[in-house]
Design a protein around this ligand. Sequence first.
Ligand code: ADP
Ligand code: ADP
Length: 226
Amino acid sequence: MASITMKHMKKSYDNKTYAVKNLNLDIKDKEFIVFVGPSGCGKSTTLRMIAGLEDITDGELYIGDRLVNQVPPKDRDIAMVFQNYALYPHMNVYDNMAFGLKMRKFKKDEIKKRVNEAARILGLEDYLNRKPKALSGGQRQRVALGRAIVRDPQVFLMDEPLSNLDAKLRVQMRSEISKLHQRLQTTTIYVTHDQTEAMTMATRIVVMKDGAIQQVGSPKEVYDSP
Ligand code: ADP
Ligand code: ADP
């Protein structure tokens, strides 16, 4: 678990225009921050800079006390969950969840323990030998979540993880992700354009517009404000 601090953080893809302009934000340890805002306002770019998948053009990013601008993704202790799940199609559920740990040279017994625990939490025990194509959308998203939680990272980043699910599953997974956060208390940044998700899940909401923060506040402050 860790705090995240952005100081004057900027991103330009073309050295002329800024996709993200001068972001200043302090995220406390254990918070569940939801980023909202119209398409193209810079939410994904911000997440990708935190993950290390995009260079930071200017400014500073700290995870805990550590300046991470130059730290590669694999050394940031962050797990990311994507809208399209990004599972390995040729691997079964067990191996999909184990992969990141194998890459990081975890011992086999530890991998087994973590994967089985995650499978239990996410209700995937009966699906460990299935390939992703033999799973429902909700099950696939649980595998993607499982792959993130087995790593027990300092930070979770989730980029519209529920937007490929139907309305009923979205409601269910929303509450499962909230419960997961109550249980693990991992600092989380969650991107969505679903107002209900933002209102029900966030400790604080960050409203972005045109690459800048427009408002930061509790769900009540953001959605009850005139
Ligand atoms: P959001 O996630 O809020 O929809 P993005 O962060 O994806 O917004 O995009 C912010 C801006 O940056 C948009 O104008 C988008 O076109 C631009 N952008 C995003 N990714 C790239 C890229 N790889 N190359 C150039 N421009 C990009
Ligand atoms: P290895 O990594 O040498 O293949 P393991 O005993 O770790 O040996 O696992 C063998 C395979 O069995 C794994 O690749 C995985 O697909 C599957 N597997 C391991 N543990 C479980 C489990 N608890 N439930 C379902 N499948 C499992």
